[in-house]
Ligand binder design. Sequence first.
Ligand code: ADP
Length: 430
Amino acid sequence: MDKLKLQWKVFAFLIGFCALLLVILWLFQTVFLSDMYKFIRKIEIEKAITLVEKNINSSNLENILYELELNKEIIVRPTKDFAPPVRTVPDRPEHRQPETITKDQEFVLKDGNKIFLTFHAMVTPVDATVSTIQMQLYIITGIMILLATLLAIIISKYISNPIEQINRSAKVLATGNYETEFRGKGFLEIKELSDTLNTAALELSKVERLRRELMANISHDLRTPLSFIYSYAEMMHDFPYEVTSEHSQVIMDEANRLTSLVNDMLDISSFEAGIAKLNKVNYNLTESLRKTINRMKELVKSDGYLLKFEHNEDVYLLADEVKITQAFYNLLLNAITYSGDDKTVTVCQSIKGSMVRIEVIDHGEGISQSDLPYIWERYYKVDKIHERPKIGTGLGLSIVKKIIDMHDGEYGVESEEGKGSIFWFQLESK
Ligand code: ADP
């Protein structure tokens, strides 16, 4: 149906174009032909006058006049002497007899005398010519319709074939086969369309792969704490007198793990759905960071972690404090999780012009160059082996990315394997 439409559209366009050309041709070759012919004859008379004027005293004048009469059918005679030859055509009504166009002109001779010449241009009737041209136009119209049809078929084939091919591949893609390859050729636009679709298919396949991995990880992550919680609760139920605070601690830890997993997933889905709104207020960023670091310090102190905060003055920011704290918290938690043997994490606040830059520095294992471009993607985890203490959702950094993007800020990471990482973000300060 679409193919038909395209074909007809091209056909209608070409026919319209041909019709326009034919109308212009028709007008010039039939309606205006006689007037144009007379106009051209007048121009020829003017040219003849100029020629005669130039050669009025020349011995060659006679030859020139002869040539004019012979080749241009322009007869030049002294004004008074001449009566123009009447070319009568038998059986023609009086008013359709051939006409002449005349013009009188004064010339000055070498000796100062003046001479008056009349230029007569014969005007041949064009009726016969018009009917010949009309016949030709009928033939040309036929040929043009034929050519337009052929051209319409060729053009629409040239366009619709690659589109059909792309459509077929898109249908395969829609069934979930992300290996589909789009091969559009012929036009730059079609080539670009197929390149875009290839990229889309690649992205979809990546998301699909990550989704599968996440499902595998999440189901594992949910099942393990749940089974821990169930078995400890069961034990507390069966042996209430043997319950120690470590037992309830395990239940609390596992419940926390579940909460953060579910929270991360809720956060990222609200960011992706575009329903997360910023509640911007002017607040003391330095103070807010200090509080978060102190709270974290308390939490990890018993494990021997050392958190340092380097800063000069207090910086104020117009931003969503809760969200910026969440982004910072994610970076801080990652730095602690992946910190090295020195168990030290340094947070550094610096000011660069109107920007405030926050760096979270650890001396841990670092990230390989091949992983670096991907760590900000959803569900991406470098550590694919299920090593329980370091297990994460793979959503932390993509939440950071979304939050900083929403604030029109910048973020990044510098990392070297074996030496550690510097995760940073910077925002416009007030
Ligand atoms: P996760 O919940 O797995 O930590 P993130 O999105 O926060 O998810 O991080 C993605 C990956 O980036 C992590 O799995 C980890 O391998 C790597 N990563 C993040 N921060 C650091 C860091 N400070 N040092 C080394 N690797 C890190």
